[in-house]
Structures are given as structure tokens and as C-alpha cells.
Ligand binder design. Structure first.
Ligand SMILES: C[S@@+](CC[C@H](N)C(=O)[O-])C[C@H]1O[C@@H](n2cnc3c(N)ncnc32)[C@H](O)[C@@H]1O
Length: 227
């Protein structure tokens, strides 16, 4: 399990981040164009507090969430709409050993969870096992090579090597769509709280001092592969 301090330690602030992220639905509409969700059996892998479960179900998918961190499993189960009759609910489990049968889902959706480059090969093998022929795996990842958030990220985590990460996904046979989304907050306090769970304290202070307003442009690498 990969420790995720942002959502494990401060799930309420992470909720603000999810609400601010991509209000225009750029990621969702790109996924739908590549694999329509209506009628699909979908696994939301590393579902966290289940923010995306009712949203994915509302697009017509039968959704199961898998999440290894038990406090988040409980939160996800309690989220309104996450346990609709058509959905299979939320199951405790890891990407490396998915609690699902072979050939049991049409779409895997992993958003900012576990699949960060080298080291996630066991999870990729499990994704390939549970996907039906013709199914699609989607990994929503940061593209730190551009955008305001990408610049903040590179400055905060200089050891992160985006070229090596891209090479990893190319070798795995994944296609990368480069998208630009935005964080759009209703209150400056919310933006500041989210920046402080995503960046270390020093860089967070610096970027907040230099950045006005309620929005941040944010580059995304949407990685996908058909089975
Ligand atoms: C940044 S959160 C994103 C949560 C959710 N996808 C969302 O967009 O709101 C990353 C999630 O990945 C989960 N995670 C960590 N290691 C994992 C693993 N080995 N398999 C599946 N999920 C994992 C964490 O517990 C956490 O819930």
C-alpha cells in the first residue's frame, strides 16, 4: 500500500480538492469518448473516500470501488449514492491483489492512486487480469512538464523524473492523452488548505505568496490501454 498523506490524514481537505478539480469535466468526457461508461462494469481502483463512485455510476456504469486503507473504505461506503442497488459497493483490497474475478470488468479507473510509474507493475498485471477483452484501463496522473501546478510540483519534488515516468508508461503499452484542467475554488482559504496538503511547507508558502485568485491551471496525463 502506498501511503497517501493528503487523503489519509486530511480527508476533508482532500474532498475540497476533489470538488475544485476539473469542474468542466475534461477528464470525464475524454474517458467517455474512449470507452463509454453506460452499461459498463467499472472498477474504481484506489477509490479513497469514494468521491468518484456516485459520479461514475451517474454516467451509467455499475461501479465497484477498491481501497486498501480501512478508514477510507468506511467513508466511501457511507458516501450517498456509493452503494446504489446497481453497484457492487466498496471492497477492501490492494491493486497488487485485486479482490475481483478474472475478466469481470469493462473499465478500470484509477485516479491519482498507486499507478505512479516504476513499481506499479504488479497492479498493472492485476488490472490486465480483471479486464474483459475489449475493456479499457484508465490511469489519471499528473503531467508535471507544464502548467502552474506542474511547475509547483517540480519545484517541490525535484527528484521526480517525468521523462522516466513517461518512458515507463510507453514501455507498458499505454497511450498518454495530455489534458489541461483547472482547480476552481469558491474560497481562497480552501485553495490554501489544498496547496498545503499537496506541497511541502516551504514551497507551499512560496507559491501561495506569488499566486493570487481562486483558480490554478493543472496539466494531466490520462494514460489508457485497451485489453
Ligand atoms: C490521492 S488518493 C486518490 C483517491 C481517489 N482516487 C480520488 O481521486 O479521490 C490515493 C488513493 O490510493 C490508495 N492506495 C494506496 N496504495 C494503494 C494500492 N496498493 N492499491 C490501491 N489503492 C492504493 C490510497 O489509500 C488512497 O486512497
Amino acid at each position: 500500500m502506498i501511503r497517501s498523506p493528503n487523503i489519509w490524514d486530511t480527508p476533508d481537505v482532500y474532498e475540497l480538492e476533489n470538488r475544485a478539480s476539473d469542474r468542466a469535466g475534461v477528464i470525464d468526457s475524454t474517458i467517455d469518448a474512449l470507452h463509454p461508461l453506460a452499461g459498463a462494469d467499472l472498477l474504481d481502483l484506489g477509490c479513497g473516500t469514494g468521491f468518484h463512485l456516485p459520479r461514475l455510476a451517474a454516467r451509467g456504469a455499475r461501479v465497484v470501488g477498491v481501497e486498501p486503507h480501512l478508514p477510507l473504505v468506511h467513508r466511501a461506503r457511507g458516501r450517498p449514492g456509493a452503494a446504489r442497488p446497481a453497484s457492487a459497493g466498496v471492497v477492501a483490497g490492494d491493486a497488487e491483489a485485486l479482490p475481483l474475478a478474472d475478466d469481470s470488468v469493462d473499465v478500470v479507473h484509477a485516479r491519482w492512486a498507486y499507478f505512479f510509474g516504476a513499481g506499479c507493475e504488479p497492479g498493472l498485471a492485476e488490472v490486465a487480469r480483471v479486464l474483459r477483452p475489449g475493456g479499457t484501463a484508465f490511469v489519471v496522473d499528473n503531467d508535471v512538464s507544464r502548467s502552474t501546478f506542474g511547475t509547483w510540483f517540480r519545484r517541490s519534488y525535484p527528484a521526480y523524473d517525468p521523462v522516466a515516468v513517461q518512458r515507463f508508461w510507453d514501455r507498458q503499452g499505454y497511450t498518454t492523452e495530455r489534458l489541461t484542467i483547472a482547480w476552481t475554488f469558491d474560497r481562497r482559504d480552501d485553495l490554501e488548505a489544498v496547496v498545503r496538503i499537496e506541497l511541502p511547507p516551504g514551497p507551499a508558502d512560496e507559491v501561495l505568496a506569488a499566486h493570487d485568485g481562486l483558480t490554478v491551471d493543472y496539466a494531466v496525463a490520462l494514460r489508457w490501454k485497451r485489453s
